[in-house]
Design a protein around this ligand. Structure first.
Ligand code: DUC
Ligand code: ZN
Ligand code: ZN
Length: 470
């Protein structure tokens, strides 16, 4: 690949903000200076634009099985959608299926992603069977295969849930090797009772998804997760934190010097439980887990982002179409017609994270510009062992660069997004701040509305064991 020169952009990182030229050579940043000569490089004029490090979304689910359902984005469509939204690295999940070892799960997902990925990618492994055999594979996965984080579910009993003993055993093993444990923190047993009670009373509409997953049960499980990690002496990372009660547990632990970390997602920052009051079956579009919460929670989340009680904004992009066509009932919310508990849990969002957080966060005066970059790129790269290759604009870092127009208004819509999913949580919402160009290791992959990337050009990222340094 020839050299690329990005001229006169406003370089914004988690700590910097200055105007400079950036020279890219062999996919990496070669030089940054006030003025660089044009030489033979392909030149891109970035005056009036911000130059941001490529977004890092550490929570996505492409062609992912969830019970009888499967998400409707392939690795190709989902990563292309990510690129259009300014995200150049994702960390997806390899789910350990029944009878499978963690390494087998990883290999299966790598084979699926490799020919399709349009942006760089890594995997967390979801452990569902904590057996001596599974545990014995973890050191090599961390030290050789570049998988340094392992997710477990405290919800979905009988399907995905791992009990406290299994979580604790995993924490001990992962901690010894410097890895990170990610937890879906909700009290699965109690929620199951509430679901059964609701259905027995004939309460079947999507709203009951939210009513049967109370925020105090997220708070309880978050507290338990942190206490287990404290005993195991390992950092812990709570995924998709939505409830004030859960955030309170994180704040309390961090105040005591415990390494508790958490992400939240745009839907919890911008939407509330009222969405479930939509008529007919429309509330199903908002069925994700945990569910949308109230304004008190939303306010607490923004405060948490501002003061670093929450470290990362990821999407939990887990798209299921609303309609049965064209991808079939198993990739559709229609699976749950007449029974909210059968609605596939998940919602799309990988394309809108960066513009939404810029518009609502920076534009809305809730977080600073540097904090926005930290939350969407630098902190996720650091938390999951990708920094300084990713998450930085620095000499030697990968030239994953986003040219972003901070003044440009545009409308978020399923009619113009690039995911396979047929709806948007944010349909019709106008935001200010648009991704104009995206470079993946120096290659221009998005130019306005044009797609120039290629499936298979995304590279698997072996991650370091961030638990040692976080
Ligand atoms: N948790 C996730 O992280 N994603 C989809 C569903 C769920 O419960
Ligand atoms: Zn989850
Ligand atoms: Zn998820």
């Amino acid at each position: 690949m020839g050299e690329v020169l990005i001229k006169g952009g406003r370089v914004v990182t988690a700590v910097d903000d200055y105007v400079a030229d950036i020279l890219v050579k062999d996919g990496q940043i070669e030089a940054i200076a006030r003025h660089l000569p044009n030489s033979d490089a392909e030149v891109h004029n970035a005056s009036g634009l911000m130059v941001l490090p490529g977004g890092v979304d550490v929570h996505t689910h492409m062609e992912f099985p969830l019970g009888p359902a499967e998400t409707c984005d392939t690795f190709e469509t989902g990563t292309r959608s990510a690129a259009f939204g300014g995200t150049t690295t994702i960390i997806d999940f390899a789910l350990q299926k029944q009878g499978e070892t963690p390494k087998q799960a990883l290999d299966r997902r790598l084979a699926l992603a490799e020919p399709q990925a349009c942006v760089d990618y890594g995997f967390h492994i979801i452990l569902t069977e904590v057996t001596p055999e599974s545990l014995s594979e973890l050191p090599d996965l961390i030290n050789q295969d570049g998988v340094s984080s392992f997710k477990m579910f405290m919800a979905y009993p009988g399907v995905l849930m791992v009990d406290d003993a299994g979580i604790f055993r995993t924490m001990r093993k992962v901690g010894t090797h410097g890895g990170m444990v990610n937890l879906h923190a909700e009290n699965g047993g109690v929620i199951q009772v509430l679901i059964e009670e609701a259905l027995a009373q004939g309460n079947t509409s999507p709203k009951y998804h939210a009513l049967t997953r109370p925020s105090i049960m997220e708070g309880e499980a978050s507290h338990r997760a942190i206490r287990l990690a404290e005993l195991a002496e390992i950092p812990v990372y709570l995924v998709h934190l939505s409830a004030k009660e859960a955030l309170d547990a994180v704040v309390e632990a961090r105040d005591r010097g415990i390494s508790a970390f958490a992400e939240t997602c745009p839907h919890y920052l911008f939407l509330t439980i009222e969405e479930y009051d939509r008529p007919d079956f429309d509330g199903a579009k908002y069925v994700m887990t945990p569910p949308l919460r109230d304004h008190t929670c939303q306010h607490a989340l923004w405060r948490g982002l501002k003061f670093d009680d929450l470290q990362i904004v990821s999407t939990d992009h887990c798209p299921f179409c609303f309609s049965e066509r064209p991808f079939g009932i198993h990739r559709s919310k229609q699976l749950g017609q007449g029974d909210f508990s059968q609605i596939p849990n998940g919602a799309p969002g990988v394309e809108f994270r960066v513009p939404l957080l810029y518009d609502g966060g920076v534009g809305g005066g809730k977080i600073s510009l540097n904090r926005f970059v930290q939350l969407t790129s630098t902190a996720p790269a650091k938390m999951f062992g990708l920094f300084p290759q990713k998450g930085a604009i620095a000499v030697g870092s990968d030239a994953d660069l986003v040219l972003f127009d901070p003044q440009k208004p545009h409308i978020l819509s399923a009619s113009t997004h690039h995911s396979n999913v047929d709806y948007s949580l944010f349909e019709g919402r106008q935001v200010t701040g648009k991704v104009e160009k995206v470079f993946l290791r120096g290659e221009l992959v998005v130019d306005g509305d044009r797609w120039l990337g290629k499936p298979g050009n995304g590279r698997y990222q072996k991650r370091s064991a961030s638990g040692r340094v976080i």
